[in-house]
Write a protein that binds this ligand. Sequence first.
Ligand SMILES: Cc1cc2nc3c(=O)[nH]c(=O)nc-3n(C[C@H](O)[C@H](O)[C@H](O)COP(=O)(O)OP(=O)(O)OC[C@H]3O[C@@H](n4cnc5c(N)ncnc54)[C@H](O)[C@@H]3O)c2cc1C
Length: 506
Amino acid sequence: MITGSEMKALLNRFPKFEDSCIGLEYAPRLPKGIVGETKELIAYARKFNDEVIRPRVLVLDRETFEDPGYLPHDIMKTASDWGFYTMWVPRLFGGRGKNLPSLTYTIEEISAACAGIANVIGVHFLGVTSLMTSFNMKLTAKILKETVEGEKKGEPCLISFGLTEPMAGTDVEEMDLVDRGKVVTHAKRVDGGYLVNGRKVFISMGHMSEWTAFYAYTDMKKPSKSMIGLAVRKGTKGFSLGRHEDKMGQRVCPASEIIFEDCFIPDEDVMIDSYSMKKFTKKSADAIMMRHIDYLASATKAGVCAISVGVARGALEDAIKYASETTVAGRLLINHEWVQCILAEMYKNVILGRLAYTEANNANAHRGTYEMLQVKPAYYYLKYMPDAYFRMIAPMLEKPFSTWAMSKMYLDRKPDKDVFLTSGMSSLAKFAGSDFGIRNCQLALEIMGQEGLRHDRGMEKRLRDCKVLQIYEGSNQMNRVALFKNLIAPSYPQARVWGESAREVL
Ligand SMILES: Cc1cc2nc3c(=O)[nH]c(=O)nc-3n(C[C@H](O)[C@H](O)[C@H](O)COP(=O)(O)OP(=O)(O)OC[C@H]3O[C@@H](n4cnc5c(N)ncnc54)[C@H](O)[C@@H]3O)c2cc1C
């Protein structure tokens, strides 16, 4: 029918089989245990929604308008008591070590009840992922150990993530654009560490976090070549919290300004910089940081998609309930064909959104940062070895060997084309999911009419919450360009992205 070399040539044409059929390729490698574990977490999240979120969600939202300075101490404590802040922390670091894709399914569930509370939990894993993809196992172990101990003591130790600056949002999301932004957070190399001055804005949970993983630049004329990652503990001299934004949606999850004034960060709290990485890799400073940001965003954009799918699903559930209880022109709304068509459309948006984050997860597991954790033997080993064993081997993580091993695996050995794939698929998930979320809120409002505008119906809150999802983790426009850059342009040498020729696929 077709020769082997013919098939290879045909499948290697745009769109490449290996890029467009990730799920199909990955399915045989998927450890079965992941399915049972994920089901259990979905059920657990539904219980959390019933017992904690649904009874209070609208009252809480109202409170944030009455008191714009509201901070979610009680929600954070409850989420910690339920174990959510260590649920996806690997067992090697003392956490509960659930499989990473299950985070997205769980977060979808929580978001179906409240996207803001989903982010009160989810953003901590943005901080965790920033640490874990920094290759710095010693600092990661130190901070995650505090998170685990904090949960045991009932004093949550959260990690937030600080990248955005007052004059640089989209620009700092992409290494290719950093030099165009007006970044102000400067790190000066001094004896034993860095002296940091500058400001970050819109940092989710900044006011609530014990640690913030953040980024600064050592050369303000060439930020793309001099970006470094650091971690700062709340209460450090020279580090303070500024404004808490009075914003449109997800009001329960504060967005904070953080300020650095001659703030000294010791070497032991430097997450990633070329100065410390040069002993492990020959890659240039910007190539190291580009990999780090790409790995980080590939995981977290799937999470933003999951929060968005939660909103889309919540809107669908509310619309079905309303249509089942409301009579128009002598018939229940649910028995009008126009309503059935809208509900079918909304259902489709939920399923396609979920497929988008599943495929981003598959890409991460098949060719990205989850790869090592989800090969069958590694997955079962990490799942079933006793805690005592992990306690025994944990000190090894603090040796330079672990950073060396991570750098070899993720900086030197991983081909660029794998990084393009995971980045492109996660950008796709991010903008597709949040657009589906907004669309479903609009469609639900079409069914509900004026009733849908009432605060106590919850739909206007969902719409406000979802708008935020189109903006953070890179605006949807930026993510569309990122998809083009990562998945389309490499096959078309004449394509220019942000004025530059596309990154060459090696
Ligand atoms: C509620 C909330 C929570 C957040 N939490 C965090 C957090 O925890 N940590 C953190 O670091 N940041 C956080 N952010 C910041 C977020 O990542 C930025 O808002 C986002 O990157 C967009 O930047 P911007 O808002 O400055 O938009 P701008 O960069 O000003 O963009 C404005 C518009 O121009 C478009 N645009 C800009 N440049 C380009 C380009 N080159 N090509 C195409 N289109 C372009 C954008 O798509 C957008 O539509 C949060 C934001 C919000 C709203």
